[in-house]
Design a protein around this ligand. Structure first.
Ligand SMILES: [Zn+2]
Ligand SMILES: [Zn+2]
Length: 315
């Protein structure tokens, strides 16, 4: 059987990538470009699967209905750019390159590159278990990255792009500032390197995790049940994280896949129901502007520059 992903990747490489690489004399990237095309095809497939699962859920039991869904269109653009373009590039091409360089450096200096089964030899040969341990470690690291991004002033300016959306749907997961995406990639990538996630498994891992993260943003009245919600982050749990805070309320539910870190570090709140989402302090462009307007507004917020509209409002 011909693998359809391989076929799509081959087509993409032949028709789009190779002519470009020839044109600029970058033939050393030929092999990697196939890897990128393959993960772009997986990314596209993932977007389709996410759509097929989440769309009916949102239609079936929506929490909110909006007559004008233009703001959702922007999030769709974010998703396509991120899942089909950037994530395959960063997780496959970027991660692969860095791992080759780092491992080469380590070997040159007489060190053995890290892998998790070096630290825990019992894991040798247990691929599924090893994969789950990678998930556990990376998800806990992501909890702290996310929690810090709410705490550190300049970082929040970037992360607020994600929170400004008042029409939150499963498309909203990728709605991030590009600089915030860059920090996340470095953070995630550095930890994946330190624990020795193999280059091909890394993008696979990101594919699986990001599917769950999309689901957790869905505009749907979907409960995983008392226990289920404590095992895996549900749409209800993550919506509480996006909720507009009432007086005296603190941010909660930073976990992306597992709610356990929130439970351990006392930031979990399972009681908030169907809250309104958005960031009342964000300038309007951050909420309802197009892709470029949101990126620019995030940068302005980072630099502490107030737009003319905000100055007028303050005056
Ligand atoms: Zn957040
Ligand atoms: Zn979110």
């Amino acid at each position: 059987m011909i693998d359809p992903f391989m076929s799509i990747a081959g087509w993409l490489q032949q028709n789009a990538l190779l002519p470009l690489l020839y044109r600029f004399g970058w033939m050393q990237w030929e092999e990697l470009s196939f890897g990128w095309a393959l993960f772009a095809a997986y990314g596209l497939f993932q977007v389709l699967v996410t759509f097929a699962v989440c769309m009916p859920l949102e239609r079936w039991r929506p929490i909110e209905r909006w007559p004008d869904r233009r703001a959702v269109l922007t999030d769709m653009l974010y998703t396509v750019i991120s899942r089909v373009g950037l994530l395959p590039l960063v997780t496959f091409v970027g991660f692969y390159q860095v791992q080759v360089i780092v491992n080469g450096y380590l070997v040159d200096h007489g060190w053995v590159p890290p892998t998790i089964d070096l630290i825990v030899p019992a894991l040798l040969g247990h691929q599924v278990l090893t994969f789950l341990i990678y998930v556990l470690i990376l998800d806990s690291a992501d909890y702290w990255r996310h929690r810090l991004s709410h705490r550190v002033h300049w970082w929040w300016a970037l992360h607020s792009v994600h929170h400004a959306q008042r029409q939150m749907t499963f498309w909203s997961d990728d709605r991030n500032h590009l600089l915030d995406d860059l920090i996340s990639a470095l953070w995630f990538g550095a930890i994946a390197l330190a624990i020795g996630v193999p280059p091909f498994q890394f993008p696979m891992l990101v594919l699986v995790l990001r599917f769950l993260e999309s689901l957790s943003h869905a505009n749907t009245r979907l409960s995983f049940g008392w226990l289920g919600e404590r095992l895996l982050v549900s749409p209800r749990f993550h919506r509480a994280h996006h909720g507009v805070l009432a007086a005296g309320q603190r941010s909660c539910n930073y976990g992306a896949i597992l709610p356990w870190w929130d439970m351990i570090f006392r930031t979990a709140d399972f009681s908030r129901e169907e809250v309104r989402t958005g960031d009342p302090e964000a300038e309007e462009a951050l909420a309802s502007g197009g892709y470029v307007a949101q990126q620019a507004a995030g940068l302005r917020r980072l630099l502490g520059v107030r737009s003319a509209a905000m100055l007028n409002r303050a005056a």
